[in-house]
Design a protein around this ligand. Structure first.
Ligand code: NDP
Length: 295
């Protein structure tokens, strides 16, 4: 007789695998990173606690913070109060510029760990490029922490091709991620192509154009596409990045918008719409150029 329970088990296993593939990016060391996470830059301590709880309730399992945001403690408290098993969450934090260097990087890492109330970090990034020497010494400290199991994946942020090439030359662990400003007006096709050629995933910050969000919300092409799919402009902007295989971390402290930004897994954009969004690139940078960071 046909064993239906076996067939159903197999079907559920396949569905589970497919969903896992859809909602996660696989990093070069095999670690799965949820492709949509919650950004928390400019999220004040008093707002971020509830935002993280709202995000977790909406299905997010990935939170992006940084020492310099000053909200690691509040985020740590929300993580604890959410009662979600630690291994189901993916937490990123970043090494600030003035903490770069071998010993100071380790010290800063341990402080972030303590503030977050965690015993490991999923992804630790060098926040900005501040010269080759500091990048290499900081990264070597991160490699040691990675080998000790205190970090699941290490990477960089605001690094250009030549910065990554230097790390590849001098260090042992290939960075898993490069987190850079990426949105419809700054599409980073070339940087993505280079990063992927050496095993580095691109992660988009400011995916909604940050403080210039009105440029995105008022864009005619984006509004036409949004209407067509019965979605909002931010949802189209996030989906377009996800389809490109880019990890995305939209920030919001508003429950409705937090839910909206995660509700992007039930539709696809067709080739023509992807191509129309591609035409919106203006190489328009809102954040400092990587080789000339004034802070
Ligand atoms: P985003 O592009 O995510 O835009 C955030 C802005 O959009 C906020 O004003 C937010 O307001 C608003 N917003 C969010 N969702 C919606 C929506 N659905 N409809 C209308 N408005 C919306 O900018 P960020 O600069 O915050 O970038 C995202 C994250 O990337 C940061 O939070 C941070 O984690 C990271 N980042 C990293 C940097 C780096 O150097 N590595 C630099 C900058 C950011 P509201 O909260 O009121 O909803």
């Amino acid at each position: 007789m046909l064993d239906l329970s076996c067939i159903f088990k197999e079907i559920f296993k396949n569905i589970k695998e497919e969903v896992k593939h859809m909602i996660n990016a696989k990093l070069n060391n095999g670690v799965l990173m949820p492709i949509v996470g919650l950004g928390t830059f400019r999220s004040k301590t008093e707002d971020v606690y509830q935002a993280v709880l709202d995000a977790i309730e909406a299905g997010y399992r990935h939170i992006d913070t940084a020492m310099i945001y000053g909200n690691e403690e509040a985020i740590g408290k929300a993580i604890k109060d959410s009662n979600i098993p630690r291994e189901e969450l993916f937490i990123t934090t970043k090494l600030w510029n003035s903490d770069q260097g071998f010993d100071s990087a380790k010290k800063a890492f341990n402080l972030s760990l303590k503030k977050l109330g965690l015993d490991y970090i999923d992804l630790y990034l060098i926040h900005w490029f501040k010269g080759y020497e500091l990048a290499v010494s900081s990264y070597k400290a991160m490699e040691e922490l990675y080998n000790e199991g205190k970090i699941k994946a290490i990477g960089v942020s605001n690094f250009n091709v030549h910065h990554i090439m230097k790390l590849l030359e001098e260090c042992d662990v290939v960075p898993t991620v490069n987190q850079v400003e990426t949105h419809i007006a700054l599409q980073n096709e070339f940087l993505q192509e280079y990063c992927e050629s050496v095993g580095v995933k691109l992660e988009a910050y400011a995916p909604l154009m940050s403080q210039n969000i009105n440029d995105l919300l008022n864009d005619e092409t984006m509004n036409d596409i949004a209407k067509k799919y019965n979605k909002s402009v931010p949802q189209i902007a996030i989906k377009w990045l996800v389809i490109r295989g880019i990890i995305v971390i939209p920030k919001s402290i508003n429950k409705k918008r937090i839910i909206e930004n995660f509700d992007i897994f039930d539709f696809e954009l067709n080739k023509d719409d992807m191509a129309n969004i591609k035409k919106l690139n203006k190489a328009k940078k809102l954040f400092p150029e990587f080789d000339n960071v004034p802070f």
